[in-house]
Ligand binder design. Structure first.
Ligand code: AGP
Length: 615
């Protein structure tokens, strides 16, 4: 989605704004711009906008004489109006002295726009955002904070806003509703951004404000916060542990490959401190639920979107198998629009890497309203979901930049596996011996992933065989099937090659018709050790008989699979419920290799955004 940055301080704002926007490129965008209070005391703000990339914006800024110590910037991902310079942010009022950047959607913009046009305001863009600048102009009578407050009182929908006024040369006013904003300060001034990566180089102590709260950033680094009624409050500061290296490629050609390679460390961090060998029990200090309360749970809903939803599907299989509690996994955008059955025995687990996905947040609000205990599983400290759920479990993925989730997915699956063990143990379904045996096996995962990464040439070779395909099918059984759902999503989103995943047993109920004998449609089969491996091998025979080109993910030493296909990707042996953590890695690398061969930008796939903060 769109990105926002803002800086007011004692040094030139341009570098922070341009660097900050570069760090938000991963969110996805089609145009960009900045506005500055100009140093020459001009009554109009200086604004430069471009359709295209930050590099184009940087060039346009370098060619201009625009400078100043107080400014705002934006990367736009089009919702209302085509990608164009006119629709790029910042948007201004009629006088040119007010500029606004906005993330979100103003739902009542059409009505506001007509009213403002009737009052003589002239609109220059097709965006919903421009009404905000004109409304502030309309309501301004010498107090910017009051004008912004009066403006937002008229807005419905979601917004994160940063506002600049030429008469306030060292001040930025910000506010938000259902769209993220993060604030901070350091020795040279105060900062605002839609996302932590833009400011992490300057500070790790960040402030989040609540819905319709407002903040005023001053050039001396102070930040004044007010609630929606104008009452001042002292904000809480959150310390972000992420390291700066996460925001840099560190010698890798793209963030996706860097993040795939970080996975052994991510799994080590996820496992660290989670098992107490003295008691033989899992350690989940964040979870306030007692053994009795966990035993009383009669249903778990997992709600999530996209990759996080796929992690939830894997979690379901493992929780049900070990803890014997029924688990329903629901796409958050569906869950929130129906009337889910929530009883006192219902536990809701919301999974979201960003902690800002609009549909997941709404699902959480619905569940809480219905009286459920909600656990949030997220990667982002202080994110919106951490303020909505009663309990927060942090995955240890560190900052994830590539739009396609990789390390956060593995971290989610690993944490879900540990959570399943914990619930099972507390409910008396697994003994201490069983738990410590599984935990010990989990400790092999980082090394196994390292082995897969070191042997990635086999993945590359298989991927090259599939580069020219027009469709690819993924098949597997049990957790192998859900691993396939994620593998197909990765391939679709970064290579634009159409891909679908099916439980292998379902293929002959329709999807097998997609196999083109002439072209040899690729079928990627997860055929690792499992209860149903023999059945999967039969399904592989079926698709081979119809001319499919089978790429098999198989266990090292599995000779039979080599007799069936010469496109085999081997992974080290691991038990079935832990296999999604290793089997997903070759699928990530497979998708990336195809995307690179097809000339795609793997970090910023077209039309996609890292966090989907609009419905
Ligand atoms: C994953 O590769 C996608 N970018 C997308 O499906 C993502 O997982 C989804 O939007 C959910 O995001 P969240 O985990 O931040 O809620």
């Amino acid at each position: 989605m769109c990105g926002i940055v803002g800086f007011t301080g004692t040094i030139d704002a341009r570098e922070f704004l341009l660097d900050g926007l570069s760090r938000l490129e991963y969110r996805g965008y089609d145009s960009a711009g900045i506005a500055l209070v100009q140093s020459d005391e001009a009554s109009e703000l200086g604004i430069i906008r471009v359709k295209g990339k930050i590099a184009d914006l940087r060039e346009a800024v370098a060619e201009s004489d625009l400078s100043g110590n107080c400014g705002i910037g934006h990367t736009r991902w089009a919702t209302h109006g085509i990608p164009s310079e006119a629709n790029a942010h910042p948007h201004r009022d009629c006088s040119g002295s007010i500029a606004v950047v906005h993330n979100g959607i103003i739902e009542n913009y059409a009505q506001l726009r007509s009213e403002l046009i009737a009052k003589g305001h002239e609109f220059l863009s097709q965006t919903d955002t421009e009404v905000v600048a004109h409304l502030i102009e309309e309501l301004y009578s010498g107090d910017l904070l009051a004008a912004v407050r009066a403006t937002t009182a008229q807005l419905s929908g979601s917004f994160a806003l940063a506002v600049l006024h030429a008469s306030y040369p060292d001040t930025i006013v910000v506010t938000r509703n259902d769209s993220p904003l993060v604030l901070g300060s350091y020795e040279n001034g105060a900062l605002v951004a839609s996302d932590i990566p833009a400011i992490i180089e300057y500070t790790r102590d960040v402030i989040y404000i609540g819905d319709r709260d407002m903040a005023v950033l001053h050039s001396d680094g102070t930040i004044d916060c007010y609630d929606a009624t104008g009452v001042a409050f002292a904000p809480k500061t959150h310390h972000v542990q992420w390291d700066l290296e996460s925001a840099q490629r560190g010698g890798y050609p793209d963030f996706m490959l860097k993040e795939i390679n970080e996975q052994p460390r991510v799994i080590r961090d996820t496992l660290a401190g989670r098992f107490d060998s003295a008691t033989g029990e899992l350690v989940f200090d964040e979870l306030p639920l007692t053994a009795e309360e966990l035993a009383a749970i009669d249903r778990i809903y997992i709600v999530a979107c996209g990759t996080s939803y796929h992690a939830g599907l894997i979690g379901k299989s493992i929780i049900e198998a070990w803890a014997r509690v029924p688990v329903e996994v629901e796409v958050a955008s569906e869950f929130r629009y129906r009337n889910p059955i929530i009883t006192p025995g219902t536990l809701v687990l919301a999974i979201t890497q960003s902690g800002e996905t609009a549909d997941t947040l709404e699902a959480v609000r619905l569940a809480r309203k219905a009286g459920a205990h909600v656990i949030a599983m997220t990667n982002v400290v202080g994110s919106r979901i951490t303020q909505e759920a009663q309990t927060v479990l942090y995955i240890k993925a560190n900052l994830e930049i590539a739009v396609a989730a990789t390390k956060s997915f593995l971290a989610q699956v690993a944490l879900l596996t540990l959570l399943a063990l914990h619930i099972a143990q507390q409910r008396g379904m697994l003994s201490k011996e069983q738990v410590s045996e599984i935990y010990a096996e989990m400790q092999m995962l980082p090394e196994q992933i390292e082995w897969i990464l070191a042997n990635s040439d086999q993945i590359e070779r298989c991927a090259q065989e599939c580069v020219d395909a027009t469709t690819a099918l993924f098949i597997g059984r049990g957790v192998g099937a859900t691993t396939c759902f994620e593998g197909a999503l990765k391939l679709k989103e970064i290579s634009y090659l159409h891909a679908e995943a099916f439980p292998a047993g379902e293929i002959k109920h329709g999807p097998i018709a997609l196999i083109d004998t002439e072209k040899g449609t690729p079928v990627i089969a997860v055929a690792t050790q499992s209860m149903t491996r023999e059945k999967t091998l039969s399904n592989i025979e079926e698709v081979l008989a119809r001319g499919a080109k089978v790429v098999a993910i198989a266990t090292l030493g599995d000779e039979r699979i080599h007799e069936m296909t010469n496109l085999v990707i081997t992974i080290p042996p691991i038990s079935e419920f832990l296999s999604p953590i290793t089997a997903s890695v070759p699928l990530q690398l497979f998708a990336r290799a195809i995307a690179i061969a097809r000339g795609c930008d793997v970090d910023q796939p077209r039309n996609l955004a890292k966090s989907v903060t609009v419905e």
